[in-house]
Design a protein around this ligand. Structure first.
Ligand code: SF4
Ligand code: SF4
Ligand code: FES
Length: 273
């Protein structure tokens, strides 16, 4: 029977190594199947996180041959019989084997206020233009796999979790900021603690998104433009100050204090080992 060879990271924050396994290949096999085979037949202590096996829960994120991917969406046939390396996401603290602590992402999400409906649209069904529905729908496809967070060099290489919420949260803010019913001006938060200016539009996040959300083009760049309009466009500023351009009537919002979101200091600007 044909075999699949995998080199899987085994270890925890104190250290680890790549361990080689061979499993029987079955038709339609994905990397998560191979990991399950190892757990079932060879080593029940191998830790991995998964849930749906349908590329919808966002749990099985890992680095496969060095690239952030979902294990349940990666066919072993892609590797043409070569050994497949499987490791944990490197941007987040390692718990064990393929499992990392992604709680920082949820803490950042908690800092983003939810939709606050403008008074004129409150209490009745939204009547929206189709173009607005389509725009927001793209952001809502996110499955919170955090592969985009894992690949982003601001988070991964420079560990600036203290200064940038990351691409996933930019998608979340874009879905709110561009919702016609939202009554919050989110631009101060974007400029300050969310750190939209830290992104230098490399588009790596877009490349790894399993939901094909055009993170950079459709979320981050429009958010950057809105911040630039409000804070860095001298002509618009002058026109607003003399009343030719209207001032934004939305309620301004800057931040939720850290003590309200109990942020664990995973990111301090120091590089992780
Ligand atoms: S485009 Fe921006 S958010 Fe996306 S990976 Fe590059 S720096 Fe990070
Ligand atoms: S934006 Fe895409 S890559 Fe990022 S968490 Fe959502 S689904 Fe995953
Ligand atoms: S197991 Fe749910 S996305 Fe892979």
């Amino acid at each position: 029977m044909e075999k699949v060879t995998l080199r899987v990271f085994r270890g925890d924050k104190t250290g680890g190594e790549m361990v080689t396994y061979e499993v029987p290949k079955v038709p339609g096999m994905v990397v998560l199947d191979a990991i399950h085979q190892i757990q079932k037949e060879q080593d029940t202590t191998l830790a991995c996180r998964w849930n749906c096996k349908a590329a919808k829960c966002g749990s099985c994120s890992a680095e496969i041959d060095g690239k952030p991917r979902l294990m349940c969406k990666t066919a072993v046939d892609e590797f043409n019989g070569q050994p497949i390396t499987v490791g944990p996401m490197r941007a987040f603290p390692l718990l064990r084997d393929l499992v990392t602590d992604v709680s920082w992402n949820f803490k950042m999400a908690a800092k983003i206020p939810p939709l606050q409906v403008v008074p004129e649209m409150a209490g009745k069904p939204f009547v929206l233009q189709q173009v607005d529905v389509d725009r927001v729908q793209e952001y809502r496809k996110c499955i919170e796999c955090f592969l985009c967070q894992d690949v982003c060099h601001v988070i991964r290489e420079h560990n600036r979790k203290d200064a940038f919420f990351g691409p996933r949260q930019m998608v979340r803010i874009a879905g709110l900021e561009m919702h016609p019913a939202d009554g919050i001006n989110r631009r101060e938060q974007l400029k300050t603690e969310a750190g939209v200016g830290m992104c230098n539009i490399t588009k790596c996040c877009t490349e790894v998104c399993p939901e094909h959300i055009r993170i950079t083009d459709n979320a981050i760049i429009p958010l950057k433009e809105r911040v630039a309009d409000d804070y860095y466009d001298p002509v618009a500023g002058l026109l607003r100050s003399i009343g030719i351009l209207p001032r934004d009537k939305k309620a301004p919002f800057s931040s939720v204090p850290n003590d309200k979101t109990k942020i664990a200091e995973q990111g301090t600007g120091k590089k992780q080992g």
